[in-house]
Design a protein around this ligand. Structure first.
Ligand SMILES: [Zn+2]
Length: 204
């Protein structure tokens, strides 16, 4: 069962001290990070000039695709065409999962049957995660600038952890201390088994 907001807040205090500040996450150093501090104020970076689009991971060759060559031990559920995969390690959010096609496809490659199945799986997965105790919301995101292989993010935030809201949950995922591994794995198993009640099979 996911931690409560009070449990998470106590865990942060044990790391950062009461009223303390957590360390800056690595994403602040990414080229695409849009903010910088100038004269003591947080301002948007100056936009660089237009340039060629960089090839995404797996765009040139499937043999270079991180999804097609992934560690299958991170798969928590599958059916004939889709797989649900966890990150390699727990993050600061209670649940982060990816829904991916087994075949090397991008979002725009789905035929009507796959599109309909994507819709059902997305709703089932969102509903299952949202109904876990202590979950406040489940965010579903597809960006697609990093990898050419379809991967949809499912990110849950904790109910009542009032500073973690909206699209910035993706940043808090890397700021908050990671969820305890035993809690994380137990919740992933619950989610996989509940999804298997609809279709496919759990792999954890
Ligand atoms: Zn692929």
């Amino acid at each position: 069962m996911p931690e409560s907001a009070a449990e998470i807040h106590a865990r942060i205090a044990s790391v950062a001290g009461e009223g303390g500040r957590l360390p800056t996450p690595p994403l602040a150093g990414w080229d695409i990070f849009p903010w910088e501090v100038v004269d003591g104020a947080l301002v948007p970076k100056v936009l660089p000039p237009p340039g060629a689009e960089a090839a995404r991971a797996g765009e040139v060759a499937e043999s270079d695709c991180p999804t097609c060559t992934r560690d299958r031990g991170a798969d928590i559920w599958e059916n004939d065409r889709w797989v649900v995969t966890r990150p390699a390690a727990p993050s600061g959010l209670p649940v982060v999962l990816f829904l991916q096609t087994k075949e090397h496809l991008d979002f725009t490659d789905l035929d009507d049957e796959m599109a309909a199945e994507y819709g059902r799986l997305s709703i089932w997965l969102t509903r299952i995660i949202a109904h876990l105790p202590e979950i406040g919301r489940v965010h579903v995101s597809r960006w697609g600038d990093g990898s050419a292989h379809l991967h949809v993010w499912f990110m849950a935030r904790t109910r009542g952890l009032s500073g973690v809201l909206g699209s910035f949950a993706a940043e808090w995922k890397d700021i908050l201390p990671p969820v305890p591994e035993d809690v994380w794995r137990a919740d992933l198993a619950t989610i996989a088994q509940k999804l298997a009640n609809h279709d496919g099979k759990a792999m954890v």
